[in-house]
Every structure is written in structure tokens, then in C-alpha cells.
Design a protein around this ligand. Sequence first.
Ligand code: SAM
Length: 245
Amino acid sequence: THFGFRSVPEAEKQGHVDAVFDRVARRYDLMNDLMSGGLHRLWKDALIAWLAPPKTGAGWSVLDVAGGTGDIALRIAEAAPAAEITVLDINPNMLDVGEARARKRGLAGRLTFVEGNAEEIGLPDQAFDAYTIAFGIRNVTHIDRALAEAYRVLRPGGRFLCLEFSPVDMPMLDRIYDLYSFNVIPAMGRLVAGDAEPYRYLVESIRRFPDRETFAGMIEAAGFSRVSYRCLSGGIAVLHSGWRI
Ligand code: SAM
């Protein structure tokens, strides 16, 4: 094992993930821009475009899980002025940054921030029209539990959308990507955030995430219908979609 966290036992994974995001919360948005060369903005815009939240009409509600500093929620708030938006994250430090950003943009009244675990969302059944999760599901210890919870909180007719990094399998691109991930990203972490370790964790967690077909199968196994996906930037990131019918 070339990274210490590889041996982190399952029971300790969440604690490890929480420590990582405690350490990066304040620098999270800057690091996202630096590490992805700004691409994460395009990928998030692609999620909002596919979600197509209704621009008018009250009562449409969305739950953004692992919402962190609010990137997805703020985009939805701007695209859909009537949408009711709840941001759920396990890490209060990430949520604090998100709340401050929402206040700054005058959107605080539109967003509700909730501390909670994707594996056990403390919210009622069938409460939302859409469930989004961006770069969150790979941090969750039991993906199947998170998917079951997504299904539970969605109304029939509700939409599931997940944006996540995907293991790259394109020849050449995978080499470049590995070189970039294992060398450039931790080095940037050290330079900008003063710490390489959390960024090593992030890179490694991408490696271990199931490939897009396997993940699509897991979404179907959770009960979702019409599951499909779109590859972004040569498959570095993938958007998965499903419907609760
Ligand atoms: N969605 C945001 C974005 O795209 O910028 C934040 C993504 S950030 C890479 C991952 C987030 O997942 C962190 O804020 C972390 O606290 C949260 N997280 C990790 N494990 C979680 C869990 N079990 N339940 C809910 N959130 C979790």
C-alpha cells in the first residue's frame, strides 16, 4: 500500500472522511477550481442542465446530499427561483462555509442546511421531487444504503442525479490522469492548503469507486427505473440518472 489510509477499516472510514473535510473546508472551493482546472464548474452546470429544475411554480423540492459548501444548491437556487432546496451534509464545517456563501449571495432564505448522514437521512419518506449528490457518494461507506435512502425520500416521479468521478479507462488519458492525480493534486494540496494527505485520500477514493456500468446496476438494484448515464470530459466525471416511478 502506498498510502496509509488504504488500510483504514470500514468501521473507521466515515471518521476518516470527516477529518479530511474538516481539514479542507475553508480551502475547499479554491482547491476544486485549481485541481480540476475549473472543469468542476462545467460538470456541475451539466448536472443542473440535465435536472432541468422547473423555473416557475412553487412546491418543487430538491434534496442535495453531501452538499458541502453549497455549489449544487446555489446553482439550483439561481436556475429555479421557486425551488425549495435542502442541503444535507455530515460535516458541519462544510455546511458553515455553504451557509456563509448563501448569505453573501442573498440566497440564505431559500436554502435549508441540515447536518446528516446520506446512509440514514433523518427526513420523511417521499418528501422530495429530486435528489442530487455531487462528488459525495464515493465518500459514503455503504453506497447501497445511501441509494436506498435516496429512493425512500423521493416521491414517485422523483429524479435521482449523481455526479461523480469515474475510474478512467481510456488509453493514454488514464496514464496522464494517474500522473496528474497522484503527483500534481497532492502537491497542489501541500502548496495551497498546507497538507497533501487529504488530497491523496480524494484521489484514492476515486480509484476505488465502481465503474459506470457497475454503478448504474447498483442504482437499478436500489429500485430506480430508466437508469442512464452521461460521460463528461472523456469520462473523468460521470452523471448518473434514475427515476422513482
Ligand atoms: N457536493 C459538493 C460539491 O460538489 O462541491 C461537496 C462535495 S465534497 C467532495 C464531499 C462532501 O461529502 C463533503 O462535504 C463531506 O462532508 C460529505 N460527506 C462525506 N460523507 C458523507 C455522508 N456519509 N453523508 C453525507 N455527507 C457526507
